[in-house]
Ligand binder design. Structure first.
Ligand code: GAL
Length: 665
């Protein structure tokens, strides 16, 4: 396709055939050129074991094709039909508490179940056989949101699969005993057959068992994906995706991203949360980064309110459009929704649709139509479609650390994502676009690399961070980094492992404040820690964490202010090889974190985007995208022309949720 993809999930099986024709007409009117079909159609395609009914789907896909709408065809395996559970109840998932999850909802399958996988494979083969050569086919959509509801299964089938996975990893049970540290609490195993998934237990479970189970669970879901993708690849060259869910803890998307032809993402920021635009920006930057900078697809967003929060705020006028351009600015080549036509039955009937219950004479449909028209008119020549998004700063993101640091047996209650988001917010406020990276990724091209709480790190990862700094980079390392190896064994001799040489400090003792205020990470609450020093803007606030840092060859840039750590280093700076390595031993609040970043970004000569309160700027290709997320009109002043309106962007007024795509002069 030569333009932006535009469309949504299309569930024709929920509607009589007369509606399908109107759907295609309305899709044309709305500028829709791609729809995802069949995501929850298993029971309709295969109403009885081995009996396939494709007549209705043939008709739907032919109608779409005749109307010029391309198809993102699902493999339909996301929600097994009730007959499969009746025939094979052993394929149902079981929680850690031993509760079986029954049909009547969706996603009721155990990812490790050979029965589920066998039936899924047969279904996928039948679908692929039938539609691989259909001219409407644009993309394959494997399953749906793997792990969304059932990411970990604790049934006996999963237990057996976990044992197989462990045996492949460790070879011998003694190696497992070493890795898991089972000398503790009489946990020693005499054979793999004694090992269970971490089912509900009296108290703290073995941390390495928990981490391995997280790794295993992500791998099992990925094996389901791979099995389906392999069937498709054996018969079709059409690209394959499966929809991710942003920062989704149960699935290590670095591994997953290797297996999809195009990254796609589902994103539902809460319109009632003022931090949503920034959080959503961070999610989009992750999606671009997962694909190594390649264009990605926004596979699902809501045209209005969702139905699954405690309170489901509507999007304000223009907000859907503004957030869509945010995705485009951050590398998306397509904007799709859940879902095309708002349902009248089922659990999602109060979830907004592109065609609402009220029909086409509605604000939502008009906004859908307007965006579709605009995207149709924006061609590749405008300099957005397919273009890269340059970034000079990277944040290290790591699923092992996320899983491990949030275990109960950690030094204090930490929310990994909140720590990452604090750095992201600071960088966004400073006018900096961020990529996400793995520690062993290609860091050399970045002027600054930030490492928030890389709690679990291999020697290789620590060496890679050191090499980055030594070769001239500016490295910022956050607290609780380099504490554990990949088996979750402590790196002794003072914390930080080999990063001690990189940073010129070591950490002697953790001293989290007595009443850490997790809410403070979002701003607003009084801080529990204070720091002082020019690097953080004088006397400043921090929260959540402090520790006793022993300074060797670093210089101290800020100290703790008051309390038992008064006068001890809180922020340090160290010359390492040709570069610089900072260590930050607390969770700085937004103000001091911003002050620290100002200094670091200036000395690392990081290019900055314009900064206007309430306005997000991001550069893609030769376009500077400006989005006013505030409630008030703002004025931007950029030399160039808004390609949407042809207006000059010098002194351009943007109303609430206003967007300008500025071709810079
Ligand atoms: C997604 C899912 C869709 C729909 C949507 C509602 O998680 O993929 O099928 O349920 O949420 O917001």
């Amino acid at each position: 396709m030569s333009g932006f993809h535009y469309g949504g999930d299309y569930n024709p099986e929920q509607w009589p055939a007369e509606v399908w024709r109107e759907d295609v007409e309305l899709m044309n009117r709305a500028g829709v050129n791609l729809v995802s079909v069949g995501i929850f159609s298993w029971a309709r395609i295969e109403p009885r074991d081995g009996e396939f009914d494709f007549a209705w789907l043939d008709e739907v896909i032919d109608l779409l094709h005749a109307g010029g709408v391309r198809v993102d065809l699902a493999t339909a395996t996301a929600s097994p039909p009730p007959w499969l559970a009746v025939k094979h109840p052993e394929m149902l998932p079981v929680t850690a508490q031993g509760v079986t999850l029954w049909p009547g909802s969706r996603q009721a399958y155990c990812p490790s179940s050979p029965v589920y996988r066998r039936y899924a494979a047969r279904l996928v083969s039948a679908i692929v056989e039938r539609y691989a050569d259909h001219p409407a086919l644009e993309l394959w959509h494997v399953n749906n949101e793997y792990g969304c509801h059932v990411s970990h299964c604790y049934c006996d089938v999963s237990a057996a699969a976990f044992r197989t996975w462990l045996e492949a990893k460790y070879g011998t049970v003694e190696a497992l005993n070493d890795a898991w540290g089972t000398a503790f609490w009489s946990q020693h195993y005499d054979g793999f057959d004694e090992v269970f998934p971490p089912r509900a237990a009296p108290t703290f479970q073995n941390p390495t068992q928990l981490l391995d189970f997280d790794r295993f669970s992500s791998d099992e879901l990925r094996a389901c994906y791979r099995a389906e993708a392999d069937i498709i690849r054996s018969r079709s060259t059409v690209p394959i995706t499966t929809n991710f869910m942003g920062f989704f803890k149960p699935a290590d998307y670095w591994a997953w991203a290797q297996e999809v032809d195009i990254v796609s993402d589902d994103s539902y920021p809460d319109p009632a949360d003022p931090l949503s635009p920034t959080y959503a920006a961070m999610q989009r930057d992750l999606m671009r980064s997962l694909g190594g900078g390649k264009p990605w697809l926004l596979m699902e967003q809501s045209p209005g309110a969702v139905n699954w929060r405690e309170r489901n705020a509507a999007k304000t006028p223009g907000q859907m459009r503004a957030w869509s351009y945010q995705s485009i600015g951050r590398g998306a080549d397509g904007i799709l929704f859940f879902q095309w036509r708002q349902a009248v039955a089922g659990a999602e009937k109060f979830h907004a649709g592109m065609v609402p219950h009220g029909g086409t004479d509605t604000r939502i449909f008009r906004e859908v139509e307007q965006l579709g028209t605009e995207l149709r008119e924006l061609s590749g020549e405008d300099g957005l479609l397919g273009q890269p998004v340059p970034a000079q700063v990277a944040i290290v993101f790591d699923w092992d650390s996320w899983w491990a640091i949030e275990q109960k047996a950690s030094p204090t209650a930490i929310q990994y994502l909140a720590g990452v988001f604090a750095w992201y917010r600071g960088l966004a406020a400073a006018g900096v676009t961020v990529d996400f990276v793995q520690p062993t990724g290609d860091l050399a091209g970045y002027r600054v690399v930030v490492v928030p709480s890389l709690f679990v790190a291999s020697d290789e990862q620590l060496d890679a961070l050191d090499a980055y700094a030594s070769q001239g980079g500016t490295l910022i390392v956050g607290y609780l980094t380099g504490i554990l190896d990949k088996n979750l064994h402590v790196r002794t001799g003072g914390y930080l492992g080999t990063l001690q040489q990189t940073l010129g400090v070591w950490v002697e003792e953790f001293a989290p404040p007595a009443a850490p205020d997790l809410a403070a990470l979002g701003g607003g609450e009084p801080p529990a820690v204070r720091v002082r020093g020019e690097a953080v803007g004088g006397e400043a606030s921090a929260s959540l964490w402090s520790e006793y840092v022993r300074v060797e060859t670093a210089s101290v840039a800020a100290v703790f202010d008051g309390g038992a750590l008064d006068g001890h280093a809180a922020v340090t700076r160290h010359a390492r090889g040709d570069g610089t390595a900072w260590y930050v031993a607390t969770q700085l609040d937004d103000g001091p974190l911003g002050a620290l970043l100002e200094g670091v970004l200036a000395s690392a000569r990081v290019d900055r985007l314009p900064v206007v309160a309430g306005v997000e700027f991001v550069r893609r290709g030769r376009i500077l995208v400006a989005i006013n997320h505030s409630e008030d009109a703002v004025t931007i002043d950029v030399p160039g022309t808004d390609v949407l309106t042809g207006a000059s962007a010098s002194g351009l007024r943007l109303g609430a949720q206003g967007v300008a795509l500025v071709a810079e002069a």
